[in-house]
Ligand binder design. Structure first.
Ligand SMILES: Cc1cc2nc3c(=O)[nH]c(=O)nc-3n(C[C@H](O)[C@H](O)[C@H](O)COP(=O)(O)OP(=O)(O)OC[C@H]3O[C@@H](n4cnc5c(N)ncnc54)[C@H](O)[C@@H]3O)c2cc1C
Length: 391
């Protein structure tokens, strides 16, 4: 496998790098809460995203007529790499999930209505899939949508809905035929969050941040023209995942940066040329080896996509390994920073190395749950990848 860029990709990388340097500058994007519209960095992030959007780089795989850039898989990969290297935001809330779904399955009217304002950042979206009894087994969802004239009437509840408190619209799945087999009785709807009967209740996470919510529906009317795809075929619409970042190079880049910070931190704490703790030195070395493996998984996934293939077991390996590694790195950060690492925001103390051990420790907990738990990824690897029977 060759890892160096072709001359064309090298030139594209330089273009992106120059653009990022001129328009974003050096700072990191901020925390997860900021990505969902909180925090104080919003003006800068919004202006930056406008500039990305003007180039078609917010939706690089989309056709130009819908505001994308028609990029090849490798061009998208390089763009993503460079944005993450610079710590710059890459997308608007949920754009990468709902946008490609509407593009693939929506009518021309739905595309014209929803895609341009989404790219311009005029509307924020949230994802209404999980329910209190339906997460990993999502097809068992119970929220009902009953046809009544030109509308559906929706009743039920969603949970863990990231950014619902700031969202204008929700893309959701609801049960339209309770008698059909579970995958075949679901429809995919776009729901205006300002509709009467919608209520949003905050769920505060372990790190004391407000990212996700519970959302309740009481006789909420959704016009039938807001259904994406056919009635009762919504499961197949919902499983459209065309995130341009399937290789998830973001995790590998974050891991590499964290390993460099940890090495700097441990290296600065030496006595007579030796680290204060030998075990810390070896632990950081372990994380460095694992980070290199994580990066390789991303390259495997992207090389399959570049050949026109669809990564399956490989994408699960990449997600599972990267998310578990982020937790091991956070543990190592806690070990090497000791009591100082437990401070909520120790930037003043460890600013030089930008180690935020306690926050990283807490914010990486959901990494192995969101977007399919580690157990589900292992199931996929075992069954689809290794051909083992279901348990
Ligand atoms: C940070 C974060 C953001 C999220 N944002 C959203 C969002 O915006 N919208 C949304 O709809 N959802 C969102 N979710 C929800 C997420 O999709 C679910 O949490 C996830 O799918 C797991 O479902 P669950 O929580 O119901 O756990 P469950 O499915 O109940 O799983 C509980 C445990 O059982 C294990 N388990 C379940 N089934 C199996 C099996 N077949 N084999 C082996 N083990 C199994 C799981 O691995 C887990 O350890 C978010 C979650 C997180 C953590």
């Amino acid at each position: 496998m060759r890892f160096n860029d072709t001359p064309e990709l090298a030139s594209w990388r330089t273009t992106v790098r120059d653009f990022v340097r001129e328009n974003w500058g050096g700072s990191e994007a901020g925390d997860e809460e900021e990505a969902f519209g909180g925090g104080g960095n919003q003006q800068k992030i919004s202006e930056w995203l406008d500039r990305l959007g003007a180039n078609g780089w917010l939706a690089p795989a989309w056709p130009r007529k819908y505001g994308g850039a028609d990029m090849s898989v490798m061009e998208q990969f390089v763009l993503s790499q460079e944005l993450h290297e610079a710590g710059a935001p890459t997308s608007r809330q949920m754009l990468n999930l709902v946008g490609p779904t509407i593009m693939l399955h929506g009518t021309d009217e739905q595309k014209a209505e929803h895609l341009p304002p989404m790219l311009r950042g005029e509307v924020a979206w949230c994802q209404g899939f999980s329910e209190p009894g339906s997460g990993s087994d999502l097809a068992s969802l119970q929220t009902r949508a009953v046809r009544d004239g030109d509308d559906y009437v929706v009743n039920g509840q969603k949970i863990w809905t990231s950014g619902a408190h700031r969202a204008d619209w929700m893309f959701m799945m609801a049960r339209t035929d309770p008698d059909a087999p579970k995958h075949r009785g679901i429809s995919y709807l776009l729901l205006d969050m300002k509709s009467p009967g919608v209520s949003v209740r905050p769920l505060i996470n372990l790190a004391d941040g407000h990212i996700f919510n519970e959302v309740f529906f009481e006789d909420v009317r959704v016009p039938a023209r807001n259904r994406i795809g056919e009635e009762n075929r919504g499961w197949y619409v919902g499983t459209t995942t065309l995130d341009f970042e399937r290789s998830n190079i973001a995790r590998a880049i974050a891991a590499r940066k964290n390993v460099a910070r940890m090495a700097g931190y441990v290296g600065a704490r030496t006595r007579a040329g030796r680290p204060v703790s030998e075990t810390q030195r070896l632990e950081v070395a372990d994380r460095a080896v694992e980070t290199a493996a994580c990066e390789m998984f991303s390259y495997v996934v992207i090389s399959i996509q570049a050949r026109g293939g669809v990564p399956n077991m490989e994408a699960s390996m990449c997600k599972m390994y990267g998310s578990e590694l982020s937790q091991r790195i956070a543990s190592t950060m806690m070990h090497i920073t000791g009591m100082k690492g437990q401070l909520r925001r120790p930037a003043a103390l460890e600013g030089e190395y930008r180690i935020n051990a306690a926050m990283d420790y807490m914010t990486t907990v959901p990494a192995t749950i969101a977007a399919g738990t580690s157990e589900i990824q292992r199931n996929i690897i075992a069954t689809r990848g290794l051909g083992l029977p279901r348990g």
